[in-house]
Ligand binder design. Structure first.
Ligand SMILES: Nc1ncnc2c1ncn2[C@@H]1O[C@H](COP(=O)(O)OP(=O)(O)OP(=O)(O)O)[C@@H](O)[C@H]1O
Length: 268
């Protein structure tokens, strides 16, 4: 039986299961929002240590994508801080963050459909075009398909393939941490699986990852650690597999298991 995960009522446990040492990326007490006077994040915390794959899950509208955007300077942080390798990067512009080693893959409109795969990857490296051959080799090692089909127009690819190009484009700048916003959204179950496998593969190649996901179970399966957000605040955190088996997290955030449907409906 797995020990229950801790709620953030115990502030010392906010980053439960995180390795010791200085984090690569850290968000502390983030307050952020879109409209004046309306905070979507009400004091969120997150740490990512070198080599970690960290998930963010939670109900619709909890602020998961907003947290990712706040880390990447796309939503104004009203208070709190974001640091990268100990240096303050709060509200820094996205292009400057890319130069410093933060990659971001938005959920939608993440490829240039009229450009070829190769041209899309060149766009990812516009700040350091001389490194193209070296980075392209790295990408093709990870995703051989992209090498074989480099001249194909991105707009003619399937949703899963486009997602692969979007990830590859963000990887061109050799980021130390990659922020992925719901990469499995809109894909069939098989393609979703491929996306999660791809995410793990990128992580195993040495890139730290923060992944926001609606597909909470699959996300927890691949993550080292995860945070559950609820109404713009940390609700739970811990190693992915522990959260997946925690009765409270299952009840509140993962939903009834398929095998429990009979019991839940009284056999009718
Ligand atoms: N551009 C925007 N302008 C105003 N409000 C926004 C904007 N984007 C998101 N919101 C609001 O912020 C809240 C949190 O949205 P967010 O997309 O961060 O949630 P989420 O946890 O990622 O949800 P989901 O799982 O449904 O994608 C929602 O109430 C949403 O309506």
């Amino acid at each position: 039986m797995t020990a229950p995960v801790t709620s953030t009522a115990d502030r010392d446990s906010t980053h439960r299961g995180a390795p010791a040492g200085e984090p690569l990326l850290a968000a502390t007490d983030l307050v952020a929002g879109y409209l004046p006077g309306v905070d979507i994040l009400g004091g969120c915390d997150l740490v990512v240590h070198p080599g970690e794959l960290v998930g963010i899950i939670g109900p619709n509208g909890a602020g998961k994508s907003t947290l990712l955007k706040a880390l990447f300077g796309l939503v104004t942080v009203r208070s709190g801080s974001v640091t990268l390798k100990g240096e303050d990067i709060t509200n820094h512009r996205a292009d400057s963050l890319v130069r410093r080693g933060v990659g971001f893959v938005p959920q939608n409109n993440n490829v240039f459909p009229s450009l070829s795969i190769e041209e899309n990857l060149q766009m990812g490296l516009y700040q350091a075009p001389k490194r193209f051959d070296e980075r392209f080799d790295f990408i093709v090692d990870l995703f051989p398909t992209l090498g074989e089909r480099r001249k194909q127009r991105a707009g003619s690819l399937s949703g899963g393939e486009r997602q692969m190009v979007a990830m590859a484009r963000a990887l061109m700048m050799d980021p130390s941490v990659l922020l992925l916003d719901e990469p499995s959204a809109g894909l069939s179950p098989v393609r979703q699986d491929e996306t999660f496998i791809r995410t793990r593969k990128i992580n195993k190649a040495g890139v730290s990852i923060v992944i926001v996901e609606q597909n909470a179970r699959r996300c927890l399966q691949i993550c080292d650690r995860a945070y559950v957000l609820d109404q713009g605040r940390n609700a739970y955190s811990g190693p992915g597999r522990e959260l997946m088996n925690d009765p409270k997290v299952i009840e509140l955030y993962l939903g009834t298991l398929a095998t429990d449907v009979e019991a839940a409906t009284g056999g009718h």
